[in-house]
Design a protein around this ligand. Structure first.
Ligand SMILES: O=C(O)CCC(=O)C(=O)O
Ligand SMILES: [Fe+2]
Length: 254
């Protein structure tokens, strides 16, 4: 599907965590087995906009997570989105879990790969890393979202907003922060279900560049810039199988 004009594109529906029924604390499975960071690479799917880390989760860890997540009370999208919100047809679970967000950041290769700033085999210096990620990196948004798309489900074109938050530190204090990049961690492979990005044309008269597609792959982490510089994107309809995604965001100091 061609991209809709930016003005017509919806934003990610905001689901204020505080307004959801209080979720029980979750007994997340241990984050093992994992491949060491030295075996993994962070590369650009679209320079300065989309990064991927294949096999961030091993296939056995991904399978363990899918069977755990299946036991959670996922909620199917309410039929009609609020005005201005994107049409999202999937099952979802959301939880504010600072400990899990920290484990996902620190125990997997994410922190090491992102803060080492080695992208496409090139090491970024501090300034380049700050410019790319929008500030001094703190970690992942504790607001964790789980999506399951079954056959026929999709997430219509939208862009993701940057959000302000107070980022929890391990000593109990918080730091003013904002989100700058979306993290999508795919736990399954399916048919359809590609996350498709529509880059802006370089000028008003220029032809739009071709869309950039990421197919769900077991254990693949995808990071994309959001907020002001977010590209319009969508999760295409799943045509066979199930697509499971863990969603969070990268947070930087505000
Ligand atoms: O599931 C996908 O492929 C896209 C998800 C997405 O765009 C979002 O969570 O904002
Ligand atoms: Fe999105």
């Amino acid at each position: 599907m061609p991209p809709k004009s930016k003005a017509k594109v919806a934003k990610t529906p905001a689901v204020p965590v505080a307004k959801q029924a209080p979720a029980p604390r979750l007994d997340w499975p241990a984050l093992t087995p994992l491949s060491p960071a030295s075996d993994l690479e962070c590369s650009s799917l679209l320079p300065a906009q989309i990064l991927t880390i294949p096999r961030l989760f091993t296939s056995s860890l991904s399978a363990k997570y899918v069977s755990f997540l299946r036991s959670l009370p996922l909620t199917t999208t309410p039929g009609r989105p609020k005005r201005g919100d994107a049409v999202r047809v999937n099952d979802r679970f959301q939880i504010d879990d600072p400990d899990f967000a920290r484990h996902l950041w620190e125990q997997t290769a994410l922190k090491e790969l992102v803060t080492a700033g080695e992208i496409d085999g090139q090491t970024l210096d501090d300034k380049q890393r700050k410019d790319l990620f929008g500030g001094e990196i703190l970690g992942l948004n504790p607001n964790i979202r789980i999506y399951r798309y079954s056959e026929g489900q999709f997430f219509d074109q939208h862009y993701d907003d940057s959000n302000n938050l107070m980022f929890p530190q391990q000593d109990g204090t918080t730091v003013p922060a904002k989100t700058t990049w979306t993290l999508l961690l795919y736990l399954t492979t399916c048919e359809g279900g590609e996350t498709v990005f529509y880059p802006d044309p370089p000028s008003r008269k220029a032809a739009p560049p071709p869309p950039v597609e990421a197919s769900p792959e077991v254990g693949l982490a995808l990071l994309h810039r959001h907020g002001k510089e977010c590209m319009v994107h969508e999760g295409r309809e799943v045509t066979k199988g199930e697509k499971w995604v863990v969603r969070s965001d990268m947070c930087v100091k505000r």
